[in-house]
Design a protein around this ligand. Structure first.
Ligand SMILES: Nc1ncnc2c1ncn2[C@@H]1O[C@H](COP(=O)(O)OP(=O)(O)OP(=O)(O)O)[C@@H](O)[C@H]1O
Ligand SMILES: [Mg+2]
Length: 463
């Protein structure tokens, strides 16, 4: 799509608006003036015919017209006026028509009728110039024969005035449009300057200054929403960046512990000659540490992969009864070791990726077994609910405080690192559960009170 500058658009809009506004206003004035002039011309014509009619009642006047017609020609004053006086149905007494224009035939106003503006006719001359004309019978007085007066006026001067007026209107409207363009550019530039300042301020924000926020001072109110959104984005970025930093710090820390152990043990082993049993123990211990590191790296890789935006999963309908039973059996021995029992209550099917579902449930169950009170019972409850499947793993044990609950699903987060068996706990299990639920567009949650901890999953049905 073609991108136009805001200044250009504003300038064009203002120019078009002012041109239209001035043209409309000018046109209204033009038509009002034309109307006024037309009424004035009509009235002048009526009054002239009326005057001549009054004059013709006098015998001497008729005599004078016959003898000195040029006096009347002079009286009319210009070549635009036409006058014909003739006996009704008879000879012409006077004809003043310097340009020899053709006069349209017109029914005269009867002698006993008043002359009004309605008697005036309008037509266009052969050259297109408008013309007004009328005819009237002069009332016969003093036993004189009636006369017909035909008077006309070609309105070329009026046309000229109106034409000039119209041209001026167009000129002024165009000038105003041009002035508007210049003003619009100036105003738009000035109006946009807060945006430029905002851009400058945003440009100064980098990874080191993610905590800074844009303020609304000396910025127009219309930009408040934009600033709010940018600030909210900065907040999200800051949080994300902080998490990333935390993850790499935690990862370095978590790798350092087994590596330090490995280094220390190997160094001691190399320090002096040892018997076979010692080396076997050393290698066994090293193997465990290496296994732990390998598990952790696997988990990190899984999380990195799960975060790929185009990550696809293989969803199918899985019998949750069978799945939970199998899982219960799998953890039976470990549970027995810790003197806890596992109960399952399940019904229905869940639409999920089988491997990922198993992994999420295994993570929850391994936590439950690890943190359950000895002698207590762990319960897995799965049932269809709200267009999906809800699965809850419940165990009795120490209550997790709300502050910890909020962060349990973060990577490397452990509620109480000192209590955890660091050889087996990496703090990644729940973040993997969270990623799996995101891949399924589902939800996961935790609830812990009065010594009962519940972790819940909700898988949506196939859309
Ligand atoms: N059922 C539970 N009862 C009490 N605390 C729990 C429970 N499940 C998890 N937690 C707390 O949440 C923390 C994070 O659990 P998560 O599964 O992510 O990591 P982990 O179990 O410590 O390590 P990993 O699962 O990677 O071996 C645990 O360290 C523990 O403090
Ligand atoms: Mg765990």
């Amino acid at each position: 799509m073609k991108r136009n500058s805001l200044t250009f658009r504003l300038a064009l809009l203002l120019a078009a608006f002012s041109f239209v506004a001035f043209t409309v206003m000018g046109s209204a004035l033009y038509y009002a003036l034309r109307q006024q002039l037309s009424i004035r011309d009509d009235a002048a014509l009526v009054s002239r015919v009326d005057q001549i009619s009054t004059l013709l009642r006098d015998l001497d006047a008729r005599q004078l017209i016959r003898e000195k017609p040029h006096l009347f020609a002079n009286m009319l004053g210009n070549t635009e006026s036409l006058l014909v006086i003739r006996y009704v149905g008879g000879a012409t007494l006077l004809e003043v028509n310097p340009m020899q224009r053709a006069l349209p035939t017109v029914t005269p106003v009867a002698a006993n009728q008043r002359l009004t503006l309605e008697a005036v006719h309008h037509a266009n001359n052969a050259d297109g110039t408008p013309m007004v004309y009328m005819a009237a019978i002069s009332p016969s007085a003093n036993n004189l024969p009636p006369l017909e007066i035909v008077s006309a006026r070609v309105l070329s001067d009026r046309t000229h005035i109106l034409e000039e007026y119209r041209n001026k209107i167009i000129l002024f409207a165009s000038m105003m449009a041009a002035i508007s363009v210049v003003l619009a550019v100036i105003f738009a530039r000035r109006g946009i300057s807060p945006l430029r300042r905002l851009a400058d301020r945003t440009a100064t924000i980098g990874t080191q200054t993610l905590s800074s926020r844009l303020d609304k001072q000396d910025v127009p109110m219309e930009l408040d929403a934009l600033i709010d959104q940018i600030n909210a984005m900065l907040e999200r970025l800051e949080r994300g960046f902080q998490q990333l930093k935390q993850v790499s710090a935690d990862m370095a820390h978590d790798l350092r512990t087994p590596i330090t152990t490995l280094l220390g043990q190997t160094e001691v082993g190399l320090g002096a000659a040892r018997d076979n049993a010692y080396y076997q123990r050393l290698l066994g211990s090293n193997f465990e540490e290496l296994q732990r590191m390998s598990r952790m790296i696997d988990n990190m890789l899984f999380l990195a992969q799960a975060e790929q935006p185009d990550q696809e999963i293989q969803r199918r309908d899985i019998d949750i009864v069978e799945e939970t039973h199998r899982l219960g059996e799998y953890f039976e021995d470990l549970a027995a070791e810790r003197e806890v029992t596992i109960q399952t209550h399940a019904s229905g099917t869940v639409n999920a990726d089988a491997l990922l579902l198993r992994r999420a449930l295994a993570n929850l169950l391994s936590n439950a077994v690890r943190y359950a009170e000895p002698g207590s019972e762990i319960e897995i409850a799965a049932r269809p609910e709200a267009e999906g499947m809800s699965i809850v793993v419940m165990n009795r044990g120490e209550t997790i405080s709300p502050a910890h609950q909020e962060r349990l699903f973060d990577r490397f987060y452990r509620a109480d690192p000192s209590r955890n068996d660091s050889a087996h706990s990496s703090g990644l299990g729940l973040s993997i559960v969270h990623s799996i639920m995101q891949l399924h567009k589902g939800r996961c949650w935790v609830e812990s009170q009065s010594g009962v901890t519940r972790f819940g999953l909700w898988f949506p049905d196939r859309n």
